[in-house]
Design a protein. Structure first.
Length: 135
């Protein structure tokens, strides 16, 4: 295979992992919304909420780890523009810092979380352009 196959496999597995965990979180959140009116106990709803927060954490870590892995590959191999590697690294750091919103109500944590999603979307679009140019 090509020299970068290991990185592609690692990054792909992070994204599949994050998407699977996020899907589980969405199902749990939907169940919580429907079950609240069904009269479930507060303890069960709290347990579902905790599982939902864990799945959100794992999703954020998976996407952030994927972007960081790509950034490290780009910055060490030099096969893409350095700004692209920097964008991926910034996205990974913002992703890790946005986990603070799960444990803090501060405005700073909310601002980092608010910035992380558009950064990640920009990184995905730029990645798609690079992949399309290579195809």
């Amino acid at each position: 295979g090509q020299e970068g196959d290991g990185w592609a496999t690692a990054v792909g597995s992070f994204f599949v992992y994050a998407a699977a965990i996020h899907t589980m979180g969405l199902v749990i959140d939907a169940g919580m919304l429907l079950s609240y009116d069904a009269g479930l106990s507060d303890e069960l709803l709290l347990t579902l909420w905790d599982v939902s927060m864990v799945s959100t954490t794992m999703m954020i870590l998976g996407f952030g780890a994927g972007a960081t892995c790509v950034a490290i590959g780009v910055l060490t191999r030099g096969n893409r523009a350095r700004w692209y590697g920097g964008l991926g690294l910034l996205t990974g750091i913002a992703s890790a810092l946005s986990l603070g919103t799960l444990v803090s109500d501060s405005d700073g944590a909310a601002a980092v979380s608010f910035v992380m999603f558009p950064l990640f979307m920009l990184w995905v679009i730029v990645s798609g352009v690079f992949l399309d140019r290579d195809a």
